[in-house]
Design a protein around this ligand. Sequence first.
Ligand code: PMP
Length: 430
Amino acid sequence: MNITTSQKLFEKANQFIPGGVNSPVRAFRAVGGTPIFIKSAKGPYIFDEDDNRYIELINSWGPMILGHANELIEKAVADAIQHSFSFGAPTRREVEMAERIVGMVPSVEKVRMVNSGTEATMSAIRVARGFTGRDKIIKFAGCYHGHGDSFLIAAGSGAVTHGTPDSPGVPEGVAKDTLTAPFNDLEAVQKLVDANSGQVATIIIEPVVGNMGCVLPEPGFLEGLRSLCDKEGIILIFDEVMTGFRLSKGGAQERFSVMPDMTTLGKIIGGGMPVGAYGGREDIMNYVSPAGPVYQAGTLSGNPIAMAAGLAMLDYLNDHQEVYLNLDQAGVKLAQGFRSSMEKLGLKYTINQIGSMYTLFFTEEPVKDFPAARSCNMELYGRYFHAMLERGVYLGASQYESMFLSTALEESHLDHIIQANEDSLRAIME
Ligand code: PMP
């Protein structure tokens, strides 16, 4: 595979950008080699600067549910840019976007737009703290909620990939208010709450984790958190930056029928443009300035181009329920295909899959929490990653990531992925 242009670009990037990238996982440090520099993408394919073509399983880490450069979204953006790019003033589309989110996400009654998932989670915990008058938050080891100070304690995704789940630079005073529990361990959460009685403002969770690889909640876990929060007056936040509009029209909360008090959303609602949002119960959201006392603002929030892109995608998803059926079928087909290849090869690695999210973990243990995810063979994942790349499949450059399918994948692409997976597994065993 010729990647000389990517190699040259990366050399230059290292002169001007820390680590040569604008977000750590892109650097390929966990898997070795040079990051692929992307030139363009269309439908199920992504193309690099050396004109190599890959089938996409990252999809901008989630948002490209309809595949790349979807024509509906392109047209919406083309229409919007004729009227300037930003006003810093209210617009019609923001109202439509809020109405659409409230209509689709069952627990959200009011919503505020921001510019990234990080902003959404930072703002949501500020509101939860303001509303309850309490300081502490509980998060789960291996969950990633963006790079806000409070969340860089036992964080997943790039933070753990790069060996800094507890980042330097986070003041001790902030860190002491973040309590962490093991995912899927209700008893541990109860103990934390008991030990910090009356002090916990919020429990924030990825209802289905994408950031230690794809990890599912065990039956009863989310329900247990819901009743614990009800009993203790704690605000339950579902961070649906990855799962919102992906696991169903109404996200993981709809899929699991457990309603949080607040929901954070991200990249998906911009169809790939920089966007985030947080929303929830009306009484809580009315605490947000200027309706209430908790301050949160943004010059570019509700940006007209991002709103146009996101609305086009959400409208499509809202009107085409079959999207979710198709994505679920694609996910199941891949998981089954991977399992039968592994059987053939005498391998017993773990695959976690739900709808259009999956991770193949290089461990034989079930992966239900962070220690299990961390027990994976990272070196093997790195070899597998490159073997897949050589076979034209673009994956997340770390074991601690979920893959994301799009509706642009046809049966032939899924068959290609299944075959590439089998061939790659065989190749790395040699
Ligand atoms: N929450 C979750 C669950 C995420 O997966 C991410 C990013 N992948 C974020 C928050 C942060 O979003 P952003 O990178 O847009 O700041």
